[in-house]
Write a protein that binds this ligand. Structure first.
Ligand SMILES: Cc1ncc(C[n+]2csc(CCOP(=O)(O)OP(=O)(O)O)c2C)c(N)n1
Ligand SMILES: CC(=O)[C@@H](O)[C@H](O)COP(=O)(O)O
Ligand SMILES: [Mg+2]
Length: 588
């Protein structure tokens, strides 16, 4: 396909030479190109298709990179990347060594702020605007683009609250498409809908009441109007707010009609928009489906069970409980902190909340886990999804810090199943053993079992360790699903000197078993798909160095690094926790 205009855009200055007709043609080319690349390389589609006109208009009107532009989450910024010198590199999007799927300061001077987690843009742009003010730069413009789901988060409101009294030169653009990954939720969504329908008189405008100059709602796909409005706003001083109405997936019929699926649709036919057939085999099942279906089963038997997800019902499969028991399952929007304290509140009243949160996003709710849940020994079950290495989303989304940040919290039980059946049984056990809160971590995607995981429940004793292979000299201690790499390695290389124990629990750490292990083996290798510092490896090392000076410990996992985007397999290799690396250790 030819991209006659896009081809000529080396940087935003080239945009300024184009007529409005050419800019409109450029918008068509950008859409086609994003569709063509994402169809084969995968990535976030719908959000970027909805932001094509705004990306052009912003770079046309403002003087980037001198004027600063922050994209919230950044999954909508493909158009921005293509207009700022990354057209040729875009085929490498999200691949090892290629460009990142999110704006990143290392990658381009046009990426004013690194993003990936939502709702940071207003605080970040305010910080930049205050810096400009202190540095006496009154010309510089500061723009944040934030979606309707992301602006509902507490952090965004903290930023608005401060910005309103800051007297800084900043513009917040709300991209209101009435959907996050799943449909937007909450009272703010209703408020925005009523503004769109003209039901809210301007004097009552919530944004105005925070001292922002409010403009909109405006059609975010009308390039000419957008340019005109941005030119006007550029001349105004103080905090400004522009409310845009857009369509997620704009320009691809299927993406407009099925916005949830086309948020990040996987591979599809770029001509027809049809999704390529996903693997249809039932097994191995996805951990998310094991979690979601098991929770429904448990909830049927235990009326105290409730479910909470902060904005990820589809991704986490909490949607299954929402379908089965709509009154007992809550999508609270992008609000991880609220989700955790909400669970704590429910737990004080005898409910048993299962709170499903991606490992990386749970970082947001650290104080709530400590202060509101663990300190009060409240029976909340954290179902920590996307734990471990997550692949193409890269450094912002890795679920590798949870073991380290959780294992230092008193009262918390931390478990990591080896496979689907063990996940199911841990969920079952957690609703029987309710004296303390639980954290159960499991990875993105499919498990390992070829047979049906829907077996009858069996309770797991807390602290459980399974000896999967007996040895006499060396032993590998694993926790979580990464233990399957150890099993595969031993299937390929038999060596009777080596043993393998799977620790279902990182906390409480089974010290009785550890004493036995230290008396039986002279060398221990630990493995986890998480940060070794503070994680499983550290805990084992601490135990051994305190009790057995003659036993050596080596720890495999993520070592003090941010793991960049690549396939999960490439990331395992980079961290030395792939099957081949384990085989090399066994053969040493
Ligand atoms: C803290 C945090 N929680 C959850 C997510 C996952 N997430 C990524 S995009 C998204 C929805 C964003 O919706 P919106 O802001 O409306 O932008 P749109 O996708 O509609 O452009 C969510 C929940 C995230 N990136 N960060
Ligand atoms: C941008 C973002 O944060 C989400 O879209 C994230 O990429 C979802 O990850 P999963 O694909 O693992 O659900
Ligand atoms: Mg949205």
């Amino acid at each position: 396909m030819s991209y006659t205009i896009l081809n000529q855009i080396q940087n935003p200055k080239d945009l300024k030479k184009l007529t409005i007709g050419e800019l409109e043609e450029l918008a068509r080319e950008l859409r086609r190109f994003i569709i063509e690349v994402v169809a084969t390389k995968e990535g976030h589609l719908g959000a970027s298709l909805g932001m094509v006109e705004l990306s052009i208009a912003l770079h046309y009107v403002f003087d980037t990179p001198s004027d600063q532009l922050v994209w919230d989450v950044g999954h909508q910024a493909y158009g921005h990347k293509l207009l700022t010198g990354r057209f040729k590199d875009f085929y490498s999007n999200r691949q090892k060594g290629g460009i990142s799927g999110f704006p990143k300061r290392d990658e381009s001077v046009y990426d004013a702020f690194g993003v990936g987690h939502s709702s940071t843009s207003i605080s970040a742009i305010l910080g930049m605007a205050i810096a400009s003010k202190l540095q006496g730069n009154t010309k510089k413009q500061h723009i944040a683009v934030i979606g309707d789901a992301s602006i509902a988060a507490g952090m965004a409101f903290e930023g608005l609250n401060h910005a309103g009294v800051s007297d800084t030169n900043m513009l917040v653009i709300l991209n209101d498409n009435a959907i996050g990954i799943d449909p937007s939720v909450g009272a703010l969504k209703d408020y925005l809908a009523s503004v769109k329908q003209g039901k809210n008189p301007r004097v009552n405008n919530m944004i105005k009441s925070l001292h922002f100059k409010y403009d909109g709602p405006l059609d975010g796909h009308n390039l000419q109007d957008l340019i005109k409005k941005l030119e006007q706003l550029k001349k105004r001083k103080g905090p400004k707010f522009l409310h845009l109405i857009t369509t997620k997936g704009k320009g691809l019929k299927q993406a407009e009609e099925n916005q949830v699926k086309y948020h990040a649709p996987g591979k599809f036919n770029s001509q027809t928009g049809e999704l390529l057939k996903e693997k249809t085999e039932q097994f191995p099942a996805k951990y998310q489906d094991v979690f979601g279906h098991t929770l429904v089963e448990l909830a049927k038997a235990n009326p105290n069970i409730v479910g909470i997800t902060p904005a990820m019902p589809t991704g986490s499969s909490m949607g299954f409980l929402m379908d089965a028991f709509p009154e007992r399952a809550f999508d609270v929007g992008i609000a991880e902190q609220h989700a955790v304290t909400l669970a704590a509140g429910m737990a004080t009243q005898g409910l048993l909340p299962f709170c499903a949160i991606y490992s990386t996003f749970l970082q947001r709710a650290y104080d709530q886990i400590i202060h509101d849940v663990a300190l009060q020994k409240l029976p909340v079950v954290f179902c920590i999804d996307r734990a471990g290495l997550v692949g193409e989303d890269g450094a912002t989304h890795q679920g590798v810090f949870d073991l380290a940040y959780l294992s230092c919290i008193p009262n918390l039980i931390i478990a990591a199943p080896l496979n689907e059946v063990e996940l199911r049984n841990l969920l079952y056990t957690a609703q029987l053993e309710t004296e303390l809160p639980w954290a159960i971590r499991y990875p993105r995607g499919r498990g390992v079992l070829r047979e049906d995981w829907r077996q009858s429940f069996s309770k797991i004793s807390i602290g459980n360790v399974r000896e999967l292979q007996k040895g006499n000299k060396f032993v590998i201690l694993s926790t979580g699903t990464i233990g399957n790499h150890v099993i595969s390695a031993f299937n390929q290389v038999q060596n009777s000197a080596w043993g393998h124990c799977h620790f279902t629990f990182v906390k409480p750490l089974n010290e009785v078993e550890l004493h036995r292990i230290c008396q039986q083996y002279e060398r221990i290798v630990t493995i986890e798909d998480a940060s070794v510092s503070g994680g499983f490896g550290s805990l084992i090392s601490q135990f051994v160095s305190k009790n057995y000076s003659c036993v050596s410990v080596e720890s495999l996992g993520v070592h003090d690094q941010f793991v960049e985007h690549a396939t999960v397999q490439q990331q395992y290799e980079e961290c030395g926790i792939d099957i081949e690396s384990i085989i090399r250790i066994i053969k040493e």
